[in-house]
Design a protein around this ligand. Structure first.
Ligand code: SAM
Length: 239
């Protein structure tokens, strides 16, 4: 946790806040803050700054002089369209995508996505928020990743992909003899990542007809999680 995120309602008019639970436990046990120490804080959806620790125990953290004087790092203009992965992978990816500054995530159903994944508790809004919060705390950010769903592949390509990709570079990560994923792209990017079993040829064809460029991450076939992080690293900070 590199920033303690506070809800606006948790900070009183005098800049004081009292927190209980996970954040208090982390500050006491991992960050080992003592009275008088400075602590990095941020307002959910808002600015970041510093506070001073008044007291810190494993159950309760009291802060004073909470000030929020600067904006967090801007989001990268990247939309990831991800074939819905297994729930444990999905949970971890929410953290990775958030920490890497991705603006928007669209969860997509494709032929090789297990239908039961859509029923997972990992997709409950509170569960999604909890993972995003961990990613924000890691990367000193306050603005949550936007998460959307597209349950039908055909409808997504026909009705939504055009608007999503307008003014953006549209890439589909697909193992094979394709050009390498571009490095250090500038401007908006929409990137599609397939399920563990991959996109079927029909899906790749439809995406390419819609303007997507198939790109490779090398000759090794990577797990979804590895491919996603490798791809975002390769696109660079300006995408
Ligand atoms: N057998 C599947 C196939 O050939 O498509 C493997 C799918 S891979 C485990 C899951 C997803 O990660 C792929 O659909 C693709 O989006 C991405 N991926 C993994 N390795 C890749 C690579 N070397 N180049 C481009 N994309 C890759």
């Amino acid at each position: 946790m590199n920033v303690v995120l506070l809800e606006p309602s948790e900070v009183d008019a005098h800049g004081q806040a009292t927190l209980e639970g996970r954040r208090a436990a982390h500050v006491a046990s991992v960050l080992r803050k003592a009275p008088g120490d400075a602590l990095s804080v941020g307002l959910v959806g808002g600015r970041i700054g510093e506070a001073t620790v008044v007291s810190s125990t494993k159950t309760t953290l009291v802060l004073r002089d909470c000030s929020f004087d600067r904006a967090p790092a801007p989001k990268r203009p990247i939309t990831v369209v991800l074939a819905l992965p297994r729930p444990p992978v999905f949970r971890r990816l929410l953290q990775h995508l958030t920490a890497l500054g991705v603006e928007r995530l669209v969860l997509l159903h494709t032929k090789r996505v297990e239908k039961s994944y859509w029923m997972s508790p990992a997709l409950e809004p509170e569960a999604i928020d909890a993972q995003i919060r961990l990613g924000l705390e890691q990367a000193v950010d306050t603005v949550p990743l936007l998460v959307e769903r597209a349950r039908g592949f055909k409808a997504f390509v026909q009705d939504r992909l055009g608007a999503l990709a307008e003014g953006a570079r549209l890439l589909v990560a697909h193992p094979g003899a394709h050009p390498p994923c571009p490095a250090d792209v500038q401007g908006r990017v929409v990137v599609l990542i397939g399920p563990e079993g991959g996109f079927i040829p029909y899906e790749v064809d439809r995406l390419c007809e819609a303007g997507a460029e198939p790109v490779s991450l090398g000759s090794r076939v990577l797990r979804v999680e590895t491919a996603t992080v490798a791809l975002l690293g390769r696109l660079g900070d300006r995408a």
